[in-house]
Design a protein around this ligand. Structure first.
Ligand code: ACO
Length: 438
């Protein structure tokens, strides 16, 4: 009889307290690829210490099978497929299926999924009245935080997060309705009537149609724009455990409903260090104004006493190249060529990139153009105002957020997220009545 192979020994990491000399062995866990992690879950129990990692730069917050990033090599993969392959061969809806269910769909599975998404694109008519409560000049992200959170007031039949069917319906509703809400947000901001979705169009075509069609005239779909829009959506679909995704997971860990969780992700994405950066890129390019002023802005970016940063440069994880930026650089050329637009911003962007990539400061700090650097130029050429850029990012990222949320809820060991802290406030002190305080 063949002997059973002995189980491989558990890898460990030994941590020694220099004061007491006591050691503790911590388990080391391996993923499929990527660096191993030290499992510190029992650290407090065994040593009385917590770990300290305020911006989570060295902390794995969960196990995930969705997205893999190698920041040093500039690799981004969803479920094992590189972003380059996906943007070349796939479509946003297929990537959405991949993220949500784990594998690429068969034709039959894809047809059913596409049908489900298409037939959930309309929103409850009552939601239209929400919009009227907002000022027309409200930032579209402010409106999106409100209306997406508001969805949980409309779809009570899919809020039981422990029922897999209801989770699936909520996921389909979110993926399908976010474009409708995003387009309504845009139409409201410019004082035009809402355009209802058209189920005969593809996901990207329908979105462009809802944004740019007018009741007074027919709308012609431009396939180059629809293709670029689809690429932009794929490139923003998921990005591992970034700030907004971690926000969605943390909100979801308390068993909040998925619509509320996605609203929390939208709030987190709004910030200019995250999703707000492509708007900032265009504002920066506008401010630079001409190629001869680039050196002045490079100088400012390097000056520690000046808060100015080159927007669209640098990334917390990518330290070599952002593979998404390279795909977009090509797409920017295609879109501007097709529209016959000669945008001086693109020339400034290209020259800024060229100069920065040769500059010691940027080389030393591994600062490269990120996904936001070129996406703004494309979106502006398509006709979107800068204030809508982050909304489009949120639209695409909803797929990643809801897939990450679903993965977390399906994890048997799900517990509410609860980071600890290093308390640096005063130790206990007696209460002094107000009359006696100095
Ligand atoms: N311009 C000039 N200097 C920069 C820039 C920049 N864009 N980014 C980082 N640096 C410098 C910092 O001043 C710091 O220098 P120092 O070591 O001399 O102090 C060094 O590079 C490291 O910077 P950190 O802030 O520690 O890097 P971190 O990883 O925390 O920040 C971030 C990443 C927030 C993206 C940053 O590079 C940045 O602010 N970039 C501009 C905003 C932007 O484009 N955000 C979009 C990110 S992508 C996304 O969310 C989809």
């Amino acid at each position: 009889m063949a002997k059973e192979k002995p189980a491989p020994a558990q890898k460990t990491f030994t941590l020694t307290n220099d004061q007491t000399g006591k050691s503790v062995k911590l388990p080391v866990l391996d993923g499929t690829i990527g660096p191993p992690v030290i499992d510190v879950r029992k650290l407090y129990e065994e040593t009385g210490h917590f770990t300290f990692d305020p911006s989570f730069t060295a902390t794995g917050s969960c196990k995930s099978r969705l997205t893999y990033i190698d920041g040093e090599e500039g690799i981004l993969m969803h479920r094992g497929y590189t972003i380059e392959e996906l943007t070349k061969h796939s479509s946003f809806l297929e990537v959405a299926y991949l993220l949500l269910y784990g594998d690429l769909p068969t034709q039959k599975e894809f047809d059913a999924f596409e049908h489900n998404i298409t037939y959930h694109t309309m929103v409850h008519e009552q939601i239209n009245y929400f919009y009227r409560g907002f000022r027309r000049d409200a930032h579209p992200m402010a409106v999106m935080c409100g209306v997406v959170g508001g969805l949980s007031a409309f779809y009570h039949d899919s809020l039981d997060i422990w029922d897999p069917k209801q989770r699936e319906i909520s996921a389909h509703r979110l993926i399908a309705k976010i474009p409708t809400l995003a387009a309504m947000t845009y139409k409201y901001s410019i004082g035009q009537p809402f355009v209802y979705p058209r189920n005969d169009l593809s996901f990207a075509e329908n979105f462009l149609y809802m944004c740019f069609a007018l009741p007074a005239e027919p709308y012609k779909i431009n396939p180059v724009l629809a293709n670029a829009m689809d690429k932009i959506f794929i490139l923003h679909a998921d990005h591992e455990q970034n700030a907004s995704t971690s926000t969605v997971r943390l909100a979801g860990s308390s068993q909040a409903n998925p619509f509320a969780c996605i609203a929390s992700g939208i709030a987190s994405l709004w910030g200019k260090s995250h999703g707000g950066a492509n708007q900032e890129v265009l504002e920066m390019l506008d401010e630079i104004g001409s190629i001869d002023r680039i050196p002045e802005f490079i100088k400012r970016a390097k000056d520690k006493n000046d808060p100015f940063r080159l927007m669209g440069f640098g990334h917390r994880v990518y330290k070599n190249r952002d593979p998404r930026a390279e795909v977009l650089k090509g797409a920017a050329d295609e879109v501007l060529d097709d529209l016959g637009i000669d945008d001086p911003m693109l020339d400034i962007a290209r020259e800024l990139e060229r100069i920065a990539l040769q500059d010691e400061y940027f080389i030393e700090r591994k600062l490269f153009p990120n996904v936001d650097f070129y996406s703004g130029i494309i979106l502006r050429a398509m006709g979107f105002p800068t204030s809508m850029f982050t909304v489009l990012f949120a639209l695409a990222r909803t797929v990643g957020w809801i897939s990450q949320w679903k993965e977390m809820i399906e994890e048997p060991s799900l517990r509410i997220g609860r980071p600890r802290q290093l308390y640096t406030g005063p130790a206990q002190r007696p209460y002094v009545p107000i009359a006696k305080r100095k």
